[in-house]
Design a protein around this ligand. Structure first.
Ligand SMILES: NC(=O)C1=CN([C@@H]2O[C@H](COP(=O)(O)OP(=O)(O)OC[C@H]3O[C@@H](n4cnc5c(N)ncnc54)[C@H](OP(=O)(O)O)[C@@H]3O)[C@@H](O)[C@H]2O)C=CC1
Ligand SMILES: O=C([O-])CC(=O)C(=O)O
Length: 272
């Protein structure tokens, strides 16, 4: 049975932990860490099989586990990612935007090779990465338009230097247009999906992002268009947000759980 350490005990971390605790993921959750001790304790209270709460993120991977699951923040990836691999543990990353910093990407990629460990990036809140991966060599343009309720965009760095007041938006409004590299740094908790598209396709400077605040939506919608010599792919994912964190879609959580199930099981594997 695989042993898992969890970094981040928020909306996603809690659902992942419950999936392990209920046996949906055939593994044992042995250690958890969150910046907030309170959140770690609240999570452990919900579990039948109680993991140990460790005192810092580095202590997760110094324990005898197989994989650290990051469901915290881009900062957590920057702070703890390398030490996980150096401690010879696999790593699953949900805050994928951190990898659009080339120096972080290179350090983690080299460490995978040096320590013979793997980083897993679930498809998160989108679908279709299998197709993008297959046509990568023929891809000429790719864009994502993400539409969320203003409350799902609150707290993003972007608003520190913007005149836009989310509370005053009363119809669908484009609040950002630019490249993925810029988007993930200005909206670190909202557009990790653009990082997934960038890393799968033609990079973060050629992946175009539009972010729309729509007070009349109850969904987190991602509309993706990819075009090239192969033809054209267009798809839209209309996600319900998680009930505890409106920024995060239910699909992102289910995708993390599915990736872990695959990691922890020996079975037939379907898809690219
Ligand atoms: N790949 C994808 O498609 C998707 C990725 N995500 C990303 O997944 C991550 C988890 O999402 P979610 O659970 O909804 O977020 P939450 O905000 O609900 O939970 C994150 C938790 O991690 C804690 N945390 C943040 N930074 C650190 C750190 N450096 N060390 C330890 N704990 C830390 C937070 O504490 P505090 O609140 O005190 O900061 C919080 O308790 C986020 O980064 C989110 O942007 C989300 C949706 C889709
Ligand atoms: O969950 C979503 O819809 C997308 C999201 O927050 C992200 O990519 O960071």
């Amino acid at each position: 049975m695989k042993r898992i350490g969890l970094l981040g005990c928020g909306a996603m971390g809690t659902q992942i932990a419950l999936a392990i605790d209920s046996g949906k993921v055939p593994a044992t959750l042995t250690h958890v860490f969150d910046d907030s001790k309170e959140k770690s304790k609240l999570l452990v209270e919900k579990l039948t099989h109680k993991p140990e709460i460790v005192e810092n993120s580095h202590l997760l991977s110094s324990n005898p586990i197989d994989i650290v699951v990051e469901a915290a923040s881009q900062d957590a990836v920057r702070d703890a990612g390398l030490s996980v691999l150096q401690n010879k543990k696999d790593l699953m990353i949900m805050s994928v935007g951190a990898l659009l910093d080339e120096s972080i990407y290179d350090i983690l990629s080299d460490a995978c090779k040096d320590f013979k460990k793997t980083i897993y990036l679930p498809s998160g809140a989108i679908a279709g990465l299998d197709g993008i991966k297959s046509v990568k060599g023929e891809l000429e343009s790719i864009s994502i338009t993400t539409t969320k309720h203003p409350r799902s965009l609150k707290g993003a760095k972007f608003f520190e230097n913007s005149e836009i007041n989310l509370d005053e938006i009363n119809s669908s409004t484009v609040i950002f247009e630019g490249i993925a590299k810029e988007a993930v740094s200005l909206f670190p908790a909202n557009i990790n999906v653009a990082a997934l598209l960038s890393l799968t396709g033609i990079g973060s400077e050629k992946t175009h992002v539009k972010i729309v605040a729509d007070p009349n939506t109850d969904k987190n919608t991602h509309h993706i268009e990819a075009e090239g010599k192969f033809g054209k792919m267009t798809y839209t994912i209309e996600n319900y947000p998680d009930e505890n964190n409106p920024k995060t879609s239910r699909l992102a959580i289910l995708s993390a759980i599915e990736t872990l199930k695959k990691y922890c099981s020996n079975d037939i594997q379907i898809g690219t």
